[in-house]
Design a protein around this ligand. Structure first.
Ligand code: PEP
Ligand code: MN
Length: 337
């Protein structure tokens, strides 16, 4: 249920309604929209009678929210959430591109990639320091040493840094170095981790689980939002199907479907969605045409020697080409890049 305050409601009236909601045993979350404040009431509201709230001073109306993901829902906040990221942002009319290697493999390769993707127009640098690997004997990432290289690359380029966090105990160290915490597909329903990143004051890039429905995806985002972290970026990265031509199946419809359901920015990851460097640019264009707010692309200076995900990594030159071709599509759909 949400309490929509009148546009001229005073701070005291809002504070009073917040207390009333708490007294009912519900958790209030304040969402400031343009021109109105909404109090999202989270918790088990089955036994609560909302009538009393509706007559509160400064209240415009009390409405049920159909979606189970109350705070993430468009019903609560009509205008898009815009998240600042380095020199750009995600969720506004301009698109933002995050690019970099799957894993931080070393200082030189990271700095070289960072300068190249910045030059081509990226707003943020990605790079895993803690890697969730299917095979326990494969490269697991450089850990804190890798985070240090990411921070150095940020100093050198001004790019924001996106790095994955795999466990609640890694949140403090990753948050110390990175600007955005990535929760990977394999951890989308790690509810302890979701709560831990929710309690941290950094934007979270949440990737769709490989067999998660969109409702499960949005409920995972709701875990983070319900800890009062408003800055969640949703990432469609392909789902698992019977298809073997591509690593995953890119769910292009998920992009506009999510945009309709939530005010949160939605980006696409054509690298993991396809698993094939030769398909990344075309799928990037499709994502932009479908309304994505941004892209996350794996770029490696020498994909052939990459320690992780080389087959889907593109070169800096191919990345520069991708940005240009996506710019044309962005402009065709009324956006900029
Ligand atoms: C990654 O971004 O390198 C990654 C591991 O992605 P995902 O969690 O989507 O598989
Ligand atoms: Mn990867």
């Amino acid at each position: 249920m949400i309490v929509v305050m009148k546009s001229d409601a005073t701070d005291e009236q809002v504070a009073h309604m917040i207390r009333r909601v708490r007294d009912m045993g519900l958790e209030p979350h304040i969402i400031e929209g343009t021109g109105r404040t909404v109090i999202a009431c989270v918790g088990d509201e089955r036994l609560k009678a909302p009538e009393g709230l509706a007559v509160g001073a400064g209240v415009e109306k009390v409405m049920p929210v159909r979606a189970r993901y109350t705070i993430a829902s468009r019903e609560v906040k009509r205008e898009p959430t815009v998240i600042e990221l380095g020199r750009g942002s995600l969720g506004g009319s301009a698109l933002g591109i995050i690019a970099g290697p799957c894993a931080v493999e070393g200082r030189e390769m990271l700095l070289e990639t960072a300068h190249a993707v910045k030059e081509a127009g990226a707003v943020a640098l990605r790079g895993g320091a803690f890697k969730p690997r299917t095979d326990p004997y494969s490269f697991q990432g450089l850990g804190q040493e890798g985070l240090g290289y990411l921070a150095e690359a940020r100093e050198a380029t001004g790019l924001a840094v996106v790095a994955e966090v795999m466990a609640p105990e890694q949140v403090p160290v990753v948050a110390r170095y990175a600007d955005v915490l990535q929760v990977g597909a394999r951890n989308m329903q790690n509810f302890v981790l979701l709560s831990a990143v929710g309690a941290c004051n950094k934007p979270v890039l949440l990737k769709r689980g490989m067999s998660a429905s969109l409702e499960e995806f949005l409920l995972a985002a709701e875990y983070i939002l319900s800890r009062d972290n408003e800055r969640v970026i949703l990432c469609e990265r392909g789902i698992r199907t019977f298809e073997t031509f591509t690593r995953n199946t890119f769910a292009v419809a998920a992009v506009p479907a999510l945009k309709a359901a939530t005010h949160l920015p939605v980006i696409a990851d054509p690298s993991h969605a396809t698993g094939r460097a030769d398909l990344v640019e075309a799928v990037s264009r499709a994502a932009v045409a479908a309304g994505a707010d941004g892209l996350i692309i794996e770029v490696h200076p020498d994909p052939e020697t990459a320690l992780v995900d080389g087959q889907q990594s593109i070169t800096p030159e191919a990345f520069a080409h991708l940005v240009e071709s996506c710019r044309a599509v962005a402009e065709a759909v009324g956006r900029s890049l």
